[in-house]
Design a protein around this ligand. Structure first.
Ligand code: SF4
Length: 358
C-alpha cells in the first residue's frame, strides 16, 4: 500500500485505493469505457441506424425533461470513474445538436480519472464546433463517413448529409488538434463497398485512421441480412492487393478495431468485425442513454433505469452501488452468440443504436 499523501492525490473522489480496482463483470472484464448519449435526435437518417420510415417528421423524440441533466450525467460519470472507467465517449443521436455541449465537456474533462474524452459525430456541424470542443477539453473526435461518392454518401445519410460540410468539419477538427481523427465507415455489400478504395486513398498519408465496420444487426429496424455483410478478411485481401498492409498490436485491452498499417508508411487503418470476428472477450463498455438507461451491450434487450434513483434522492454511494451491481452481474456476449437466423428474424427486441451511440 502506498503512503497516504500520494494515494489521496492520485485517487478520484478520495476513495481508498482498494476500492479502485476496476470492477469486473461475470466474465472477468473490467469496466473501463462509458459511452454517454446526450440526445436521441439526429440530423441524419442513416438507414442502418435510423431509417426515415421509422423516424419520420412526426416521430416523438425525448422531451428535455426526459433527458438527463448535465448534473445527473456528471454524477453517473463520477460514479463510473470510481468503478474503473477512464475513457468517456460522448455520442447521440448526433451530440453536436446539443448547443451547450462545451460546458458539459469542460465538466467531464475536469473529473479526476478521465484519461480519454472522445466524441462521435456525423461531422455535419463539426466545422463550426471544433475549436470550441477542443477549448472545452475534448481530446479527440471520431467522424462517421461512409463514402466519398456524393450519391452514395447522400443515400447512406438518408438524403440529409452534405459531404463537403463533413470534409471541412474533419479539416477543422485537425486544425483544432482533435486528431488523429478516426473515420468510421459502415460497409454494406452493394451499397458502398465499391467506393472504399477511393475513401482510403483520400485519407492515406493524412494521419487520420479509417476504420471499416462490418454492417451489424443493431436495433430492430435496419433490415439486416448476413448477405449484406462484407467480411473484414475479404476487405483486408482486396485492400492488400492495392496497398500492402501489415498488422500492428492493440493500443489497449478492449480496443475494438484490429489495426493494420500500410507497408509504404501511409498510415493506419482498422477493421471492426463484430459479425465475423466478435470481440466480446475483452469488451469493457457500458452505455448510458439520454434518458438515463444503462446498457451493458450494444445489442442489449434491456437496460437499468438510473434516472429514477437520480431523481429520487439516491446519494453517490447508492448510485455507485447500483452501477457496481449491474456490472458485476454482466455476462453479455451477443456477438459471440449471434447466428444469422437469430439476427435476421429479430428474435430479440434490442435497444436501438441511435439511443446509445454505436
Ligand atoms: S456484442 Fe456486446 S458484449 Fe460483445 S463486444 Fe459488442 S457490446 Fe461488447
Amino acid at each position: 500500500m502506498h503512503n497516504s499523501q500520494m494515494t489521496t492525490e492520485l485517487l478520484p473522489n478520495d476513495l481508498p485505493a482498494e476500492m479502485l480496482q476496476p470492477t469486473v463483470d461475470a466474465l472477468g472484464r473490467p469496466l473501463r469505457d462509458l459511452r454517454i448519449s446526450l440526445l436521441d435526435q439526429c440530423n441524419f437518417r442513416c438507414p442502418y441506424c435510423m431509417p426515415e420510415a421509422e423516424f419520420h417528421s412526426e416521430y416523438e423524440f425525448l422531451k428535455r425533461q426526459q433527458r438527463l441533466t448535465y448534473d445527473e450525467i456528471i454524477r453517473v460519470a463520477a460514479a463510473a470513474i470510481d468503478l474503473g472507467v477512464s475513457k468517456i465517449r460522448l455520442t447521440g443521436g448526433e451530440p453536436l445538436l446539443d448547443k451547450n455541449i462545451g460546458s458539459l465537456i469542460e465538466r467531464i474533462a475536469a473529473l479526476p480519472g478521465v484519461q480519454d474524452l472522445a466524441l462521435t459525430t456525423n461531422g455535419m456541424l463539426l466545422a463550426g464546433a471544433a475549436e470550441k470542443l477542443a477549448h472545452a477539453g475534448l481530446h479527440r473526435v471520431t467522424v462517421s463517413l461512409d463514402s466519398l461518392d456524393k450519391d452514395v454518401f447522400r443515400s447512406m445519410s438518408g438524403g440529409r448529409g452534405d459531404l463537403d460540410k463533413v470534409l471541412s468539419g474533419i479539416k477543422a477538427a485537425e486544425s483544432a488538434g482533435l486528431g488523429p481523427i478516426k473515420i468510421n465507415v459502415v460497409v454494406q455489400k452493394g451499397v458502398n463497398d465499391h467506393t472504399l478504395l477511393d475513401l482510403l486513398e483520400y485519407f492515406r498519408g493524412s494521419g487520420n485512421i479509417v476504420r471499416l465496420i462490418e454492417f451489424m444487426d443493431v436495433g430492430n429496424c435496419n433490415g439486416w441480412r448476413m448477405n449484406q455483410v462484407v467480411p473484414s478478411r475479404d476487405l483486408l485481401e482486396k485492400i492488400g492487393q492495392r496497398w500492402p498492409l501489415r498488422p500492428v498490436g492493440k493500443n489497449y485491452a478492449g480496443e475494438v478495431a484490429r489495426r493494420y498499417e500500410y507497408v509504404d508508411g501511409a498510415g493506419e487503418i482498422g477493421f471492426i468485425s463484430s459479425v465475423t470476428e466478435p470481440f466480446c472477450g475483452d469488451c469493457s463498455r457500458a452505455r448510458l442513454s439520454a434518458d438515463g438507461m444503462l446498457y451493458t451491450c450494444l445489442f442489449a434487450n434491456q437496460g437499468t433505469d438510473l434516472r429514477e434513483p437520480l431523481r429520487n434522492g439516491a446519494d453517490d454511494d447508492e448510485l455507485r452501488d447500483i452501477l457496481s451491481s449491474i456490472w458485476l452481474q454482466r455476462a453479455d456476449r451477443y456477438s459471440e452468440l449471434r447466428t444469422p437466423e437469430l439476427a435476421e428474424h429479430h428474435v430479440l427486441k434490442k435497444v436501438e443504436m441511435y439511443r446509445i451511440g454505436g
